[in-house]
Design a protein around this ligand. Structure first.
Ligand code: FAD
Length: 526
């Protein structure tokens, strides 16, 4: 065998299992489809590599993988560090009630508690210092007070390094020079948060405690190899282990290759792992005994967004950590629906994008060929010019939420491509309840809610928190993997990411994915 363990994907599931297996002395290889990113390469300009293309990954292997299905789109990160590169850093342990049903008997809140603690420590989670609350956090607290729900207001644990001595006035542009880089406890250079509002597009001061700043370097220190731009296309069972087939993405080409290992950990995320295993079962037939449950019980984790215009307030939704506080209705007190509301931020991406469009328009106003690549360019052009003169995001509050949806989606292959069967009916009550709460909260603080056109006109949703597809279960009749993440009927083949979470969590999932990955790695005897 080339390696003791091959880990596919380098997000929460992959980085954590790779790190722990390397620390157990295993010879580990991480295969990651995306590239390594740093502040010199984060996408900013219109022509930068924003998008991951499924039809031509050899040419377009950008930062964001946006998958559009009927009724539901899914946003994912692509790169060494997976979703941590692009995420809003919320690291939340769900309430114990979430473990009351839907899990194998072994997975209990008390069982996961030590693993939750370990992940929190590794990601150095902390809250925004009291002297740096942004205007959206204050608006959240005010809205909770107006609704008599102040006891439900909470500030969130974020995987961000803050500087408690920083003085920052949100009416000023953030000052990048106020952050200095020092080595973190893993020996990697990181700065502290100066509220750039760049959490979702790559933090230029490295204040985010992303996986490439902790777990991955710890794995590398113990000898793990990381091969970026290696897109795994098949897993084959061989004597004593598995052969992993990949395409290396180089110079605009897909160059086939393979590597073998005794143990394989699939950690390509809810969509990535499920798609890969569906292909192995139904297209290449290399893993034909995978459970019939594969793809089933997929959840959007109840994500919902209502932007509101608070014209008389300066909210600066594009400054500060993307999200930093919540109003907690996870107790089911709102007509039985389980959810929480968060202060969404508008990642500085849109601002930057509009700035870049506007810049380009001024430099080359009559460049139709370039404009035509932007669809619908006329709207974009107007938005860009409007945002330049009106501080578009100063008065916008993106009221955000997650909740417990019906968890009844199904991932499948249609004509060889990943597809999602998403039926809104059983989850509609949750989304309506959240929309009503968003309206109440916005209006109680002088805001005008503006439901997203996709939802208002066509009940279209988008989630950054896909869960399930290779669910944990007691047997292969009700799951794809067991409580240890091991695939039924395939010893030493594991899934260790958001795909194994068998039900919606109602809160941001990365901490739970991390805790499960820690547990999976801890239970692997080497
Ligand atoms: C904009 C945004 C904001 C978010 N904010 C938060 C937040 O604040 N808190 C929170 O808890 N969660 C947040 N999330 C969700 C969080 O990022 C995910 O839940 C988490 O990253 C999932 O971890 P994972 O290990 O399952 O998969 P991922 O982190 O997605 O990692 C999977 C990795 O596998 C790679 N991969 C996929 N297919 C292949 C293949 N065939 N071959 C090789 N590699 C492959 C991918 O490139 C990726 O790097 C956010 C997500 C987005 C998009």
């Amino acid at each position: 065998m080339d390696f003791d363990a091959i880990v596919i994907g380098s997000g929460f599931g992959g980085a954590i299992t790779a790190c722990r297996l390397a620390q157990k002395g295993q010879k580990v290889l991480i295969l990651e489809r995306g590239r390594e990113w740093d502040k010199a390469s984060y996408p900013r300009a219109v022509e930068d590599d924003w998008i991951w293309s499924h039809s031509h990954p050899e040419k377009y292997h950008g930062w964001l993988d946006l998958r559009v299905f009927k009724g539901m789109s899914v946003a994912l990160g692509a790169g060494v560090g997976g979703g941590s590169l692009i995420y809003a850093n919320i690291s939340r342990v769900p309430p114990p009630t979430i473990f009351a049903n839907g899990w194998p008997a072994e997975i209990k809140f008390s069982e996961l508690a030590p693993y939750y603690a370990t992940v929190g420590k590794m990601l150095n989670v902390q809250k925004v210092p009291a002297n740096q609350w942004n205007p959206r956090m204050k608006l959240m607290r005010e809205a909770a007070t107006k609704l008599n729900d102040l006891n439900r207001f909470e500030t969130l644990d974020l995987a961000v390094t803050f500087d408690k001595d920083l003085q920052y006035d949100f009416d000023q542009e953030p000052d990048i020079s106020k952050s200095t880089m020092v080595p973190n406890e893993f020996g990697v250079l990181q700065g502290k948060c100066v509220h750039l509002g760049e959490c979702d597009i790559g933090c230029r001061v490295y204040a985010k405690n992303t996986l490439d700043k902790n777990y991955i370097p710890s794995a590398v220190k113990k000898g793990a190899k990381v091969w970026p731009l290696h897109f795994v296309v098949n897993i084959e069972q061989i004597d004593g282990g598995y052969c992993v087939h990949f395409d290396r993405l180089a110079d605009g080409d897909r160059i086939p290759g393979k590597a073998t290992a005794t143990r394989v950990i699939v950690a390509a995320g809810s969509l990535g792992s499920t798609e890969l295993l569906l292909r192995c079962r139904d297209v290449t037939h290399s893993l034909p005994r995978l459970s019939s449950q594969l793809g089933k019980r997929w959840s959007s984790n109840g994500d919902f967004l209502t932007p509101a215009l608070h014209i008389l307030r300066s909210l600066w939704s594009d400054r500060g950590p993307t999200i930093a506080s919540a109003i907690n209705y996870l107790d089911g007190s709102q007509n039985g629906k389980v959810f929480w509301v968060q202060d969404g931020g508008i990642p500085n991406v849109l601002n930057k994008y509009f700035e870049a469009v506007s810049d380009r328009l001024q430099k080359a106003p009559n460049e139709p060929s370039w404009l035509e690549t932007l669809a619908p360019h006329v709207i974009l052009q107007h938005l860009a010019l409007f945002s330049e003169s009106h501080d578009l995001f100063r008065h916008i509050m993106p009221w955000f939420a997650q909740g417990v949806d019906a968890g009844d989606g199904e991932l499948m292959l249609t004509d060889g491509s990943l597809d999602l069967k998403w039926d809104l009916s059983a989850s509609l009550g949750l989304f309506n309840e959240i929309a009503a709460k968003h309206k109440q909260l916005a209006e109680s603080t002088g805001g005008i809610p503006i439901p997203l056109p996709g939802w208002a006109l066509d009940k279209e949703l988008i989630t950054p928190h896909p869960l399930g597809g290779c669910n944990m279960g007691a047997t292969s009749a009700d799951g794809v993997v067991d409580h240890k993440g091991e695939v039924f009927d395939y010893p030493n083949l594991f899934v260790a990411d958001g795909a194994i979470i068998p039900r919606p969590l109602g809160v941001n999932p990365s901490r739970t994915i991390g805790a499960l990955a820690e547990r999976i790695a801890a239970l692997i005897a080497v």
